[in-house]
Design a protein around this ligand. Structure first.
Ligand code: NAP
Length: 498
């Protein structure tokens, strides 16, 4: 345990930057190799502190701790587990302000979003699975005529790995950890190196809630180091991964020959479909949100907007006007709607799409350049951008840009729309704006994706299955699907005599 520790796994040093440690066996500790990464504040490019850069040795320590804790945790009563998880949820709620501040600093997201949406959702993840585990049941089948009854025993998998991205840091970290723990597993979890600190603070809250040492271990550092070591470790039985499609493909290649259970939640390029009979004002207002929330860095953002041709010009003009009114600003300011991109690398990647536009394919209607925030000129800001696209095959409509960028295309009829909506490798979500109920059902069945929102966007009920088709992922999490993923179903067949 580092002697430098002062609070929540984050120690202050004299130059007011912080150190983020690993959390293993209930204690904060330095990485074995004493190697550290820099944590940069995307809002102004300054150094926030340093992060443990872990290796397979740290993962090994975490697995030993988790293995030692496993049998007691899996044999704990549902009531005990439920009470501890619920307490963790309560403690997240009690610490919303400090967690939201840190989340906003690490990621560049507006503090209001972190405070009102993301940190509360992290608390809900624990509260939800604290309850869900008490209601989790399995099937039984009577083999009529054979004098036997079968039932399905659902046992914890053992030690599992949870790897999450930077865009919704604590929200997605806990979305995996809560069901894994509820189901009786011990966890080795790795947040993104870009957003390590709320994950680190979670360790302290778990201790306060009475989670036994070793049940949750948080290993910080680079995906290619700590993350890779989690994928490869023989004693880790399952991997729940959320991140980009290219990384997901790599994860699948490493994990498949080891026969680990695998859940992949990957990228998206989601259609947002506007019919002329929609509730226009609601569609427009929600489209602003679904396009630019979190600087467009949400896998579910409706980044391809298809508009029925009869209202195309009007919707285009109104969308551009509203987009131009959004405030690009420092994440700590409550009036900011568009904060900073998460990192310099990601900022440059998004800007590169504007530099490479072929005028035959597309034209920028607004934005398309860096944003300027007075006093924070070194921050990674991008103006919200609307692009009119002529060709559904161009990169802008085929690749996940993951920034404050949407494209517009008109459509004439349902047939043409479905062809364009599905002509992409991704299949995560879709939004449809129409008052025609028959049409909503026709389209919902034909669009290739895992989630369809009708006249709304990102309305989540935690009981529902969540995940994508095609290159957007494999498997489903959410609700009982997550508890199914984190348990091994075993068929027990009992013969009886009449
Ligand atoms: P990413 O680069 O794929 O990283 C995701 C996580 O994997 C991070 O913790 C990363 O660590 C780690 N990682 C990287 N290389 C690894 C390796 N070789 N072995 C093990 N772990 C490794 O994704 P991102 O840029 O953080 O996140 C953005 C992507 O996530 C977007 O494509 C978005 O659509 C997707 N996403 C999907 C969903 C969904 O539910 N479908 C939700 C949110 C985001 P480091 O960051 O430390 O390298």
């Amino acid at each position: 345990l580092s002697s430098k520790l002062t609070f929540n796994g984050v120690s202050m040093n004299p130059v007011n930057s912080t150190t983020t440690f690993n959390f293993i066996n209930g204690k904060y500790c330095d990485p074995v190799g004493e190697d550290w990464l820099e944590n940069i504040n995307p809002a102004d490019g300054t150094l926030l502190g340093r992060i443990a850069n872990s290796t397979e040795q740290d993962v090994e320590h975490a697995v030993i701790a988790a293995s030692n804790a496993q049998s007691n945790w899996s044999e704990s009563t549902l009531e005990q587990r439920s009470r501890i998880l619920s307490k963790i949820g309560d403690l997240i709620e009690e610490n919303i302000e400090s967690l939201a501040t840190i989340e906003s600093e690490d990621s560049g997201k507006p503090i209001g979003r972190a405070r009102t949406i993301e940190i509360p959702r992290a608390a809900s993840n624990f509260h939800f699975f604290a309850n869900a585990i008490t209601q989790f049941s399995s099937e039984s089948h009577e083999s009529v005529g054979q004098n036997a009854i079968n039932f399905t025993l659902r046992q914890p998998l053992g030690v599992v790995g949870c790897i999450s991205p930077w865009n919704l840091p604590l929200y997605l970290f806990t979305w995996k950890i809560a069901p894994a723990l509820a189901a009786g597993n011990c966890v080795i979890a790795k947040p993104s190196e870009l957003t390590p600190r709320t994950a680190s603070m979670l360790g302290d809250l778990c201790n306060q809630a009475g989670l036994p040492a070793g049940v949750l271990n948080i290993v910080q550092g680079a995906g290619t180091g700590a993350g890779q070591a989690i994928l490869e470790h023989e004693k880790i039985k399952a991997i729940s991964f959320t991140g980009g499609t290219a990384t997901g493909e790599h994860v699948a290649r490493v994990v498949a020959p080891k026969f680990k259970k695998l859940s992949l939640e990957l990228g998206g390029k989601n259609p947002n479909i506007i019919f002329s009979d929609c509730n226009y004002e609601r569609a427009l207002e929600t489209t602003i949100h679904s396009s630019f929330a979190n600087q467009g860095q949400i896998c579910l953002c409706g980044s391809r907007i298809f508009i029925e041709s009869s209202i195309y010009e009007k919707f285009k003009a109104d969308l551009v006007a509203r987009t131009s009114q959004l405030t690009v600003g420092h994440p700590s300011k409550t009036e900011t709607s568009i904060g900073a991109m998460v990192s310099g690398d990601h900022y440059r990647k998004v800007l590169s799409y504007f530099e490479q536009i072929d005028p035959a394919d597309a034209s920028i209607l607004c934005g398309g350049k860096p944003g300027t925030v007075e006093g924070h000129e070194q921050g990674f800001y991008i103006e919200p951008t609307v692009i009119e696209v002529q060709n559904n095959q161009c990169r802008l409509n085929q690749e996940e840009i993951f920034g404050p960028v949407v494209t517009l295309m008109p459509f004439e009829n349902e047939e043409e729309l479905i062809a364009m909506a599905n002509d992409v490798k991704y299949g995560l979500s879709a939004t449809i704006w129409t008052k025609d109920l028959d049409r909503t059902m026709r389209l919902s069945k034909k669009i290739e994706c895992g989630v369809v929102w009708i006249n709304t966007w990102l309305m989540r009920d935690l009981r529902t299955p969540f995940g994508g088709m095609k290159d957007s992922g494999v498997g489903r999490e959410g609700g009982l699907e997550a508890l199914r993923f984190f348990t091994e179903p075993k068929n027990i067949c009992i013969a009886f005599e009449n």
